[in-house]
Write a protein that binds this ligand. Structure first.
Ligand code: ZN
Length: 401
């Protein structure tokens, strides 16, 4: 077991990160022993991880952060950093290492103030004497102003500071920032690699792991959720029944409402799990007596938290709706594949009957039109069109005939 084991189907990226971590380790050792720095280094101060959602870019960034903090004694014997067991690796992966800041936002954008705080944090010397690592999981959410604040920090980094930025694609990151980062691209992992991970890590039976991996289309977390969460499977089943229910206008509107409701349900589930605990923690931190009144002057802080939670619900709802639309797209793509006589392995094998029925009942042109309608809906949601309106327009366009 090493820190790279969690990267699924990303051999090339692991090899590059491993090489950089070795050179980073050699540099730390040289400074500590007051010997000359090695000349060529594969290490650098700013990295950008891109890859489709679910490909594991955050996992890759965290594994690299762990390797940079690895203090395994085996390194002195020629072992690679990133053992996965030592204190440095372990606390980084658990999110408690003092010199690793993991920024995972629930908000739709990251503003100037938060970024300034982060830059200030990045200037600190590492307490453990190795690296000060900042992992920014949603670099695509930086506002332009925030991007400019970050840019200055990346241009003139403190000697032991490392920035690890993650984003879906290069185009999602401000050009000035991406041009100063070393770029790593993760690919969509193969179904077999994802299934193997589910068997190995989560103890899922091979057939169920294979089905979940196929249905999730290379999205690792989604595959894990489908394999382990009954409710996630039920929601997916509901979404995939939609194509059979859009026969008339009434059915379309009803289906649209249900899709929106399912997304709200998801957001509610997350809120129930996280909000209550968060609120309670903050109340305690602010010194509220158990069940008692809040001290004077703390109302503003509580209000900030409530706003944050509300924005998180909006984002969860949006993400969940988008996942449903991705499932629907896969469904119609499989219909199209069948209509065109392809024998590819289908991601919607679990609803093969429905796929076949629709393939027989419509033409490839009609299927293409429907795939376009879903894409248009996703684009509209991206432009902040009211979700129900966008989804209704889509279900009406999915109608047969
Ligand atoms: Zn280690």
């Amino acid at each position: 077991m090493t820190v790279w084991d969690d990267l699924v189907g990303q051999e090339q990226v692991s090899a590059q990160l491993d090489a950089a971590a070795r050179d980073a380790d050699a540099a730390v050792t040289a400074v500590a022993q007051d010997t000359p720095l090695p000349e060529a280094s594969r290490m650098t101060h700013a990295w950008l991880f891109t890859g489709p959602p679910g490909s594991g870019r955050d996992t890759a960034a965290r594994a690299f952060a762990a390797a940079l903090q690895c203090v395994s004694p085996d390194r002195a014997l020629g072992g690679a950093p990133g053992c996965g067991f030592c204190d440095g690796c372990h606390t980084t992966l658990a999110g408690t290492h003092a010199d690793v800041e993991i920024v995972r936002t629930d908000l739709l954008s990251i503003g100037v103030k938060e970024t300034r705080d982060l830059v200030r944090r990045a200037q600190l010397s590492p307490a453990g004497g190795r690296w000060q690592v900042i992992v920014l999981e949603d670099a695509d959410r930086l506002t332009e102003g925030a991007g400019n604040v970050l840019l200055k920090a990346i241009e003139e980094p403190a000697p032991r500071t490392v920035w690890l930025l993650c984003a879906p694609s290069l185009e999602d990151v401000l050009p000035t920032i991406r041009s100063r980062c070393r770029h790593l691209t993760l690919r969509t992992p193969a179904v077999a690699a994802v299934a193997d991970m589910l068997v190995r890590r989560d103890g899922i039976e091979p057939p169920a792991a294979e089905a979940a991996a196929r249905a999730a289309q290379g999205h690792i977390e989604r595959a894990r959720r489908l394999a382990t969460d009954e409710r996630a499977r039920a929601r997916r089943a509901t979404v995939l029944k939609l194509p059979l229910r859009v026969d008339d206008v009434g059915g379309c509107l009803k289906a649209a409402q249900e899709l929106i409701d399912a997304a709200s349900e998801d957001a509610k589930q997350v809120a129930e799990e996280v909000d209550t605990r968060e609120t309670e923690e903050l109340r305690t931190a602010l010194g509220a007596a158990q069940g008692g009144r809040m001290p004077r002057g703390t109302a503003g802080v509580m209000k900030d938290l409530e706003d944050r939670q509300k924005r998180r619900r909006t984002r969860t709802q949006r993400d969940s709706l988008d996942l449903a639309l991705i499932d629907l797209t896969a469904f119609y793509r499989d219909v199209l594949a069948l209509q065109l006589g392809s024998r590819l392995a289908l991601s919607t094998a679990d609803v093969a009957d429905t796929v076949e029925r629709l393939a027989r009942a419509s033409s490839p042109e009609a299927t293409l039109r429907r795939i376009d309608a879903i894409a248009a809906c996703r684009a509209a949601l991206d432009r902040n069109v009211a979700p129900l309106l966008a989804v209704e327009a889509m279900t009406l366009a999915l109608r047969s005939g």
